[in-house]
Design a protein around this ligand. Structure first.
Ligand SMILES: NC(=O)c1ccc[n+]([C@@H]2O[C@H](COP(=O)([O-])OP(=O)(O)OC[C@H]3O[C@@H](n4cnc5c(N)ncnc54)[C@H](O)[C@@H]3O)[C@@H](O)[C@H]2O)c1
Length: 255
């Protein structure tokens, strides 16, 4: 019977790379994203002979989670992997003046959606005799950074959620881990660089040089490098990992 994986944020950089990594090992995939481009991506994967089906869903909502569940029903196999990749950087700004609606939105995407998806799919993973959940947190969830309070707090909460779920589900053979990326070369990273460059009145290339110089490995990650970390935690290679957060960050924050 085919192993099925659900991946949220599958229209984004890390989500797509994760889908490619699992498909390379013959998984059947349900690819969810609020952005409609996920449908074209899933069709493209199918066209290349992979088993992938897309679903447009806002995973912060019960209705979105239900859409993913309905899509899963149309796929043969057993659910063995839940990849919770969807996330948002959201607005950046001082705590003192932070817009509370934006705070709630960031928390909703980066924390609430992950709880909702776990609630929805833990029974399926249990019914399959166990499996793996991998969340995608951030090195910004490891400590607080000025002007990124909402994002940092949301990702710290996600690391904690991962640990709680891991402790609850270990006896069911469901391992729950997180990957904490540093800077990754995706839309999220390049948009953030462009916005900061505009504020400082410099070019995006100059901003990239400033930010990448702070990374001990000297560059942002390729999304495929995050997909490898996610795949490792989900696969038998990571069989003794649960409740862990794997720092895949090129050395950010450590030296
Ligand atoms: N790129 C980085 O530098 C970096 C660093 C650390 C952590 N991360 C984390 O990695 C994850 C993936 O980000 P990425 O770099 O691929 O960025 P991305 O912007 O390319 O992808 C994020 C995807 O999540 C989707 N999404 C957002 N809200 C959603 C919702 N409510 N329902 C369904 N889908 C939703 C977006 O549409 C997008 O396709 C995120 O959780 C992000 O916080 C990224």
């Amino acid at each position: 019977m085919a192993d099925i994986g659900i991946i949220t944020g599958a229209g984004g950089g890390i989500g797509r790379a994760t889908a490619e990594r699992f498909a390379a090992d013959n998984w059947s995939l349900v690819l969810a994203d609020v952005d409609e481009s996920v449908m074209r991506f899933a069709e493209d994967m199918s066209g290349r002979g992979h088993r992938a089906i897309g679903v447009v869903a806002d995973v912060t909502t019960e209705a979105g989670a239900a859409r993913v569940r309905e899509t899963l029903r149309s796929v043969d196999g057993r659910l063995k992997f839940l990849g919770l990749v969807a996330g948002t950087l959201g607005a950046v700004g001082p705590v003192e003046t932070f817009d509370m609606a934006e705070w709630d939105r960031i928390m909703s995407v980066n924390v609430r959606a992950n709880v909702l998806m776990m609630k929805e799919f833990i029974p399926g993973l249990r019914a399959a005799g166990g499996g793996a959940i991998v969340t995608v947190s951030s090195w910004y969830g490891r400590s607080g950074h000025a002007f990124f309070a909402a994002y940092c707090a949301s990702k710290a909460a996600l690391i904690s959620l991962t640990q709680s779920a891991a402790a609850e589900l270990a006896a069911d053979g469901i391992r729950v881990n997180s990957v904490a990326p540093g800077n990754v070369g995706t839309r999220m990273h390049f948009t953030a660089l462009a916005e900061e460059a505009e504020k400082r009145g410099i070019t995006a290339e100059e901003m990239k040089a400033i930010e990448w110089a702070k990374i001990p490995l000297g560059r942002a990650a390729d999304p495929a490098e995050m997909a490898s970390a996610i795949y490792f935690l989900a696969s038998d290679q990571g069989s003794y990992f649960t409740g862990a957060t794997l720092d895949a960050n090129g050395g950010c924050g450590f030296f």
